[in-house]
Design a protein around this ligand. Structure first.
Ligand SMILES: NC(=O)c1ccc[n+]([C@@H]2O[C@H](COP(=O)([O-])OP(=O)(O)OC[C@H]3O[C@@H](n4cnc5c(N)ncnc54)[C@H](O)[C@@H]3O)[C@@H](O)[C@H]2O)c1
Length: 417
């Protein structure tokens, strides 16, 4: 009988639970098993520590020690906080491991390009699990069959309210910089990063194709008093001439599950209800995929790659350039995070907790999805217009410095290199 693959996990709590569950399913099949974990907080979670030890899993506080001490690992998952992704991914590559790197890969394009250069053998899979969804596969197939005709525009948006508890759960949440490392936490660059990555994926009819924008215009706002942003809209143009627009926020009381609409010369498709409904000009269907089943499938596809059953990771680092360029262009185009004035912000207390809501923001997100307009192009009292940036100019911007300036909570100009 074949020996199960040995797997490592960096970051056991939080989203690491989804990875432990995905690995447990593979263990039942005798295909792979978690053999070592690294997390500096396990001494504070004694029950979890005991459960892991009882399964024969070796525990390390320091991920580097795990990599040094476990030469038999076939692959490692990085499910640790965003600010540590870059150094952890480089370390996995140095030790020769294939790695499943949770989304978002890294905050800045300079960090991503350094990692791409280090990953010449394409050993890193980035965990944007929506690309394994049934609806994404169906849209790709329709596009390849030409059902939509030429793509004219892609529009997406969501209001995912986030309360005080969300921001209090870890010290890097709501930050631009943490312990000197870029974080760029916020709806476009963390919770709803999947949506922007899916726009890059679904703007391209090729099976594994992803597009990259060449021009970006965007607006970043904060209603919550914090370092980072909670509201964003961005418009970009791909080299094909196709335009995309995305609006996302955590600063509404009402939820708008994500929607993504592709308009073509022959027809349209729309995903709504956070991926549970797919409609098109020729009919619709429902999907029941939840995050855990998508992560299980995404992880299974990664293990196919580790075992050599597929020749490449589903989302390679290079495939995330479009997403990182779009969010970095948004940061630069915005020229700072605009603080929404108190007259437009209300604090609410609901059954799910307390948060901030911005006047007319829910309707503005719906309008972006319908019309492609940015917030400053609507008659909102708080919208701030911005200029466009060419993504090639982003390479010359000191984004790390920009992020530091943003942390002053004042809109600030760009710092060119
Ligand atoms: N794919 C998805 O749908 C999805 C959903 C949520 C979060 N995520 C991603 O998962 C990652 C982790 O997010 P989270 O919210 O679970 O974070 P978190 O702050 O809850 O941390 C996750 C775990 O990492 C551990 N950790 C912290 N510092 C560490 C270090 N230096 N070395 C090893 N472990 C360390 C923490 O103790 C915790 O157990 C992020 O990249 C996030 O964007 C993905």
């Amino acid at each position: 009988m074949k020996t199960p693959l040995s797997l490592g996990l960096i970051g056991v709590g939080g989203f690491g639970l989804f990875h432990r569950n995905a690995m447990a399913l593979l263990r039942q099949e005798g295909r792979a098993r978690l053999t070592a974990v690294a997390d500096p907080t396990l001494d504070r979670h004694l029950q979890l520590k005991q459960d892991l030890l009882a399964q024969g899993i070796r525990i390390y506080a320091d991920y580097r020690l795990m990599l040094e001490s476990e030469p038999g690992l076939a692959a490692v998952t990085i499910a640790a906080p965003i600010p540590f992704h870059e150094e952890m991914a480089h370390a996995c590559l140095q030790f020769g491991h294939k790695a499943y790197l949770e989304k978002p890969p890294v905050p800045l394009i300079q960090q991503l390009d350094r990692l791409i250069a280090a990953d010449g053998q394409e050993r890193i899979h980035v965990g944007f699990q929506l690309v394994v969804s049934g609806w994404a596969a169906q849209i790709k197939q329709w596009m390849a069959e030409g059902r939509l005709g030429d793509i004219l525009s892609v529009r997406a948006g969501a209001c995912w309210p986030r309360t005080d508890a969300y921001y209090a759960r870890a010290p890097w949440v709501g930050r631009m910089i943490y312990q000197g490392r870029p974080v760029f936490d916020g709806p476009a660059s963390n919770a709803l990063s999947h949506l922007i990555h899916s726009v890059m994926y679904l703007s391209n009819a090729r099976e594994f194709g992803f597009d990259e924008p060449f021009e970006i215009q965007g607006e970043l706002y904060r209603a919550r008093p914090m370092e980072s942003y909670d509201t964003a809209c961005v418009r970009g143009i791909f080299r094909t001439g196709v335009e995309f627009t995305v609006a996302v926020t955590h600063a509404t009381e009402r939820e708008l599950p994500f929607q993504l609409r592709i308009n073509g010369t022959k027809g349209w498709v729309q995903v709504s209800r956070d991926g549970r409904r797919l409609e098109s000009s020729w009919g619709g269907r429902d999907f029941t995929e939840e995050t855990d089943s998508l992560v299980n499938l995404s992880y299974r596809r990664f293990v196919d790659f580790v075992e050599g059953r597929s020749i490449r990771p589903l989302t390679r680092l290079v495939d995330t350039r479009g997403y990182v360029l779009a969010t970095n262009g948004l940061l630069i185009s915005s020229g700072g995070i605009h603080e929404i004035e108190p007259q437009w912000v209300r604090r609410y207390e609901g059954p799910g907790g307390a948060g901030y809501v911005v006047t007319d923001l829910y309707e503005a997100v719906v309008e972006t999805i319908d019309t492609g307009r940015l917030f400053s192009e609507m008659s909102l009292g708080w919208g701030k217009s911005t200029g466009t940036v060419l993504v090639e100019e982003l390479q010359g911007c000191v984004l790390h410095e920009t992020a530091k300036v943003h942390s002053s909570r004042e809109p600030a100009p760009l710092t060119p290199a």
